[in-house]
Each structure stands twice: as structure tokens, then as C-alpha cells.
Design a protein around this ligand. Structure first.
Ligand code: AMP
Length: 291
């Protein structure tokens, strides 16, 4: 039985989502939340009974990497392959923005300036998403865009075990171009790219070519650009990544959970190589490597 399903079937045990909810209360009731002390002093006793063994449950993976690196693309492909939910906190924020709920205008300003939303808001959105998934019987997850600060990583660590953190890396010259070329289908949410990236061989590094990722005909007339994919905002997001999220890489590195993966190019070169790095090449993959 998986961690999450064990938790949801045993009334006394908190689910990951319930534990997140507990943490939100802890965060809002103390002016300074010390994850180590507060978790140990106030945690529900049943937290200690969570199974730390990954055997027999679905994966609990995290994708790290700069804006534009392709976290969403590869997380979504792996989620189809492994049949676990792909949970993007960026998507949760955009859904909240579109809902014109109470947080909407506050979030819009933050996101459109390329800044990070507060840990409290993100954890609230994530725990609601996990709760909804647990109610539908979902187990495991591939997180994309969370954690983005060391504090978020500490909170996640206090709630559940992460098995693996895949740190995607792409040559810096390509990141800005990938963000500026990104297009989203306003109807199905599909992610496409109009950029054709061709970086010549230099200083012993091979040429890198990334072909555009065109939309299927049914999405072609519905493409939109994210408001935070302008040059100025992408540069700000890259700076924030260096300052706030780069330390999260070290957080997982010292715990022996970080898998560094250099993307060699577009999906045709990168996808088979990623599957090999994850020992998944024997999985029945119905997705085309071409796009
Ligand atoms: P993304 O789609 O991952 O690039 O996220 C879009 C925006 O949502 C980010 O620039 C942040 O404003 C916000 N966001 C997403 N995830 C987080 C997070 N874990 N912590 C703080 N802000 C986030």
C-alpha cells in the first residue's frame, strides 16, 4: 500500500495534504516558523508513522531547473509514462489568477513582475490540489515548480519523503529564447514553442539545435503568450532563480537526492537520454520522441 493510500484509508493518519494544511496553520499562527522545532514539537503523532520506504508506492519526484528549461514538458511526459499526477504550482497559480477569486489581483501583480508568491499561499494552493487528488484516489506525484525556496523544501521534507529531484539544465543562451518562444493553447493548456534555437559549436561544446514545437491544427488559432514571458520579466525570473532556488539544488544535493541532467537539445535527443538516466528505457512509452 502506498504512503498516501495508507494515510487516506487510516482515519487516524494524516494525508500529505492534511499535513500541509496543518503546516499552513502553524505558519500563520507563529510569526517565525522554525520547521525543525515546530514540526517536532507540534506535529501530529501519526506523522512519525508515515512509511519512509519508497517500495510499493508511486514515485514522489520533484523537477528543478531555470525558467524555460522544460520542466513542464518532461514532467508531463513522465507523468503519462508512470501514471502519476503532474502537479505544477505555476499552473495552480495561473488557475487561481483566472478564477478571479480573492487572491487573484494580488497574485497577478506578483506573477507579472516575475516575483515569487509567498510560501503560505503556494502551500495553501498545493495542499488543496493534493487533497483533491487524494479524494480521487491519486497517489504519488511529480512536482514541477515546487519547492522554489529552501523554506518550501524544508516544509515538504517535514511532510513526506521525496525520492528523487531531477535538476534539468540547459545552456543559458537557450533559456531566454525558449521562454520568449513559448505559446500556450488557451483551450487545452498545451505547451508549444515557436523558437528555433541553433547554438553553434564553441569552446569544445557541440552545436545545439532545438526545433520549434508546433501546435496541432486544433490549437493553432488559440495560442496565447504568458504575460510573464516578456524579456524583462524572464530576466527577473532567472535572477530570482539564482537567488532563491539555486540553494534548493544544494539542499537536495547534500541529501543525495539530486540527479543533474544536462539537456543535450530538443525532445528527440533529450527524452530517450532522460529515460536512460532514470532507468526507465524499458517502460512501455507510447509517446513519440519527436515531439
Ligand atoms: P512557473 O509556471 O513555474 O514558471 O510559475 C509561474 C509563477 O508562479 C512564478 O514566477 C511565481 O510567481 C509563481 N510560483 C510558482 N511556483 C511557485 C513557488 N513554488 N513559490 C513561489 N511562487 C511560485
Amino acid at each position: 500500500m502506498t504512503v498516501l493510500s495508507r494515510c487516506s484509508t487510516a482515519a487516524a493518519n494524516p494525508t500529505v495534504a492534511a499535513t500541509f494544511s496543518y503546516l499552513i496553520r502553524a505558519l500563520s499562527s507563529s510569526s517565525k516558523f522554525d520547521s525543525e522545532t515546530d514540526l517536532n514539537r507540534n506535529k501530529p503523532a501519526t506523522l512519525a508513522t508515515l512509511n519512509r520506504e519508497p517500495e510499493g508506492r508511486n514515485v514522489q519526484w520533484v523537477f528543478l531547473g531555470c525558467p524555460g528549461v522544460g520542466k513542464g514538458t518532461y514532467a508531463s511526459r513522465l507523468s503519462n509514462l508512470l501514471v502519476v499526477p503532474h502537479i505544477s504550482t505555476g499552473d495552480l497559480v495561473r488557475d487561481e489568477l483566472a478564477s478571479s477569486g480573492p487572491l487573484s489581483s494580488q497574485l497577478k501583480e506578483i506573477v507579472n513582475q516575475g516575483k515569487l508568491v509567498s510560501d503560505e499561499i503556494i502551500i495553501d494552493l498545493l495542499s488543496k490540489r493534493l487533497e483533491m487528488g487524494e479524494a480521487k484516489g491519486e497517489t504519488g506525484f511529480i512536482l514541477d515548480g515546487f519547492p522554489r525556496t529552501v523554506r518550501q523544501a524544508e516544509i515538504l521534507e517535514g511532510v513526506t519523503d521525496i525520492d528523487l529531484v531531477i535538476n534539468l539544465k540547459l545552456r543559458e543562451e537557450a533559456l531566454l529564447a525558449k521562454c520568449l518562444g513559448r505559446r500556450i493553447c488557451s483551450e487545452c493548456g498545451g505547451n508549444y514553442n515557436v523558437a528555433s534555437i541553433d547554438i553553434k559549436a564553441e569552446n569544445g561544446r557541440p552545436r545545439m539545435y532545438m526545433a520549434p514545437l508546433p501546435p496541432p491544427p486544433q490549437c493553432a488559432s488559440k495560442l496565447i503568450t504568458r504575460p510573464d514571458d516578456t524579456e524583462e520579466v524572464v530576466k527577473q525570473r532567472l535572477r530570482i532563480y539564482q537567488a532563491m532556488t539555486r540553494p534548493v539544488e544544494d539542499f537536495y544535493l547534500i541529501r543525495g537526492k539530486l540527479l543533474e541532467f544536462d539537456l543535450p537539445g530538443g525532445i528527440p535527443e533529450s527524452w530517450p537520454k532522460l529515460l536512460r538516466a532514470l532507468n526507465l528505457e524499458d517502460h512501455d512509452d507510447k509517446q513519440s520522441a519527436a515531439a
